[in-house]
Design a binder for this molecule. Structure first.
Ligand code: GAL
Length: 374
């Protein structure tokens, strides 16, 4: 009896140890276990670095196709070394009781990102929101706020960007009356539009009601100004919008870029005074060849520099789609490409592709590594 009790206790200690085993490297595409020994569940994610801690926010997915819609909410994990992550629970929960809530269970809540506002001392989350049972036609931005990084976040509102405002680089043809043949919403994918986006003036179409915003990211510049970058105009064109000082809404100042280039999974980051974009092409959950671009100023002119991925499987960005580029603190020139290897049949099993971003002149370069350390 005592012997079997001893064996039982030993077994428990072994399991606890296995779970607590500390990771010392990244292994892109493999199961990535958190402090509880469970595969990290934070897809389409992004990172906030705050007071020595990294916080990873992402879509909490469940198994089966239903997991492509939001059944739970936004998860949060914390880490000091970027290899080992502690489950901080659900930072923003979908609304399970009110079917009329914008974020009712079953809505599409994608690519959540969190930034910290030093003036208001609030943690501000933005995400791409599609209303329940409405496909991808709402194309809204959702905003939630919290007093602490791991949440709980309180949902505030959802809306379309910049209703009633023209971008700083508007062209005169955008202001002409919009043809009645321009439907309220096409299917939202590449190849869905009947003509090049500018020729049917989607910007003008959405001037009154606000611009569409789907795949998205946030970026805080050195002066504290925050920007929202997103796929707009039926995903055909990117827009970068400056946020209000409290980061809770838009300032009305925005810029259009890469019209007709259908960029998704867009990331925005800065290095030595230059702004960089790494984005994907527009092919749904299927991987494609990434894009990259550089600019001296955030509101242009942006120069496209091609696929940053190099080597085998680079034409599919190593079977991943970008979600964030993380600047590692305290290490010069240390940036990490964070991508998702989606599994739409069983979203909970989506994998994370983290790889170093190198710079060759102005061009970003990403090479595959089976495993690597900072
Ligand atoms: C992808 C996008 C994902 C998700 C998906 C839905 O292109 O990057 O965030 O929206 O389409 O099909």
């Amino acid at each position: 009896m005592i012997r079997s009790l001893q064996l039982f206790i030993l077994a428990i200690i072994c399991v606890l140890n296995l779970n607590a085993q500390s990771l010392k490297q990244f292994t892109p595409g493999e199961i990535w276990k958190d402090n509880n020994g469970k595969h990290i569940n934070a897809h389409g994610g992004g990172i906030l670095f705050h007071q020595g801690v990294y916080y990873w926010y992402g879509e909490y997915k469940v198994g089966g196709k239903i997991g492509n819609s939001a059944q739970v909410g936004v998860s949060c994990y914390s880490s000091r070394d970027l290899y080992n992550w502690k489950d901080e629970g659900i930072a923003l929960k979908v609304n399970e009781t009110d079917p009329l809530s914008d974020i009712s269970k079953g809505c599409v809540l994608e690519r959540p990102k969190v930034i910290y506002n030093a003036k208001t001392h609030k943690y501000v989350m933005w995400f791409h929101l599609e209303l329940k049972d409405k496909g991808y036609e709402a194309a809204r931005s959702g905003v939630a706020v919290s007093d602490s990084p791991a949440g709980p976040f309180t949902y505030l509102k959802s809306f379309r960007p910049n209703a009633g405002y023209w971008p700083v680089n508007v062209q005169s043809f955008h202001k002409k009356p919009v043809a009645s043949t321009v439907k309220a919403s096409y299917c939202g994918g590449k190849g869905c539009l009947p003509a090049p986006p500018d020729s049917i003036n989607l910007l003008g179409r959405d001037f009154k009601g606000g611009q569409m915003a789907r795949d998205m990211n946030l970026f805080v510049d050195e002066d504290g100004s925050a920007y929202h970058i997103y796929s707009s105009e039926e995903n055909s064109t990117l827009q970068i919008s400056k946020l209000s000082d409290d980061y809770l809404s838009y300032s009305g100042k925005y810029f259009r870029l890469f019209s007709g280039r259908y960029m998704e999974g867009v990331t925005l980051f800065k290095r030595e005074g230059k702004y960089y974009i790494i984005a994907s092409d527009c092919t749904g959950w299927d991987p494609n060849a990434a894009r990259s671009a550089v600019a001296d100023q955030i509101f242009g002119n942006w120069t496209e520099l091609g696929n940053p991925a190099m080597g085998k499987d680079s034409e599919l960005t190593f079977h991943s789609q970008c979600t964030y580029v993380l600047q590692v603190q305290g290490k010069k020139d240390c940036y990490i490409y964070m991508g998702d290897r989606w599994n739409p049949e069983n979203p909970i099993d989506g994998r994370y592709i983290w790889l170093p971003v190198e710079f060759e002149g102005d061009k970003t370069v990403i090479r595959w590594k089976d495993s690597w350390r900072l």
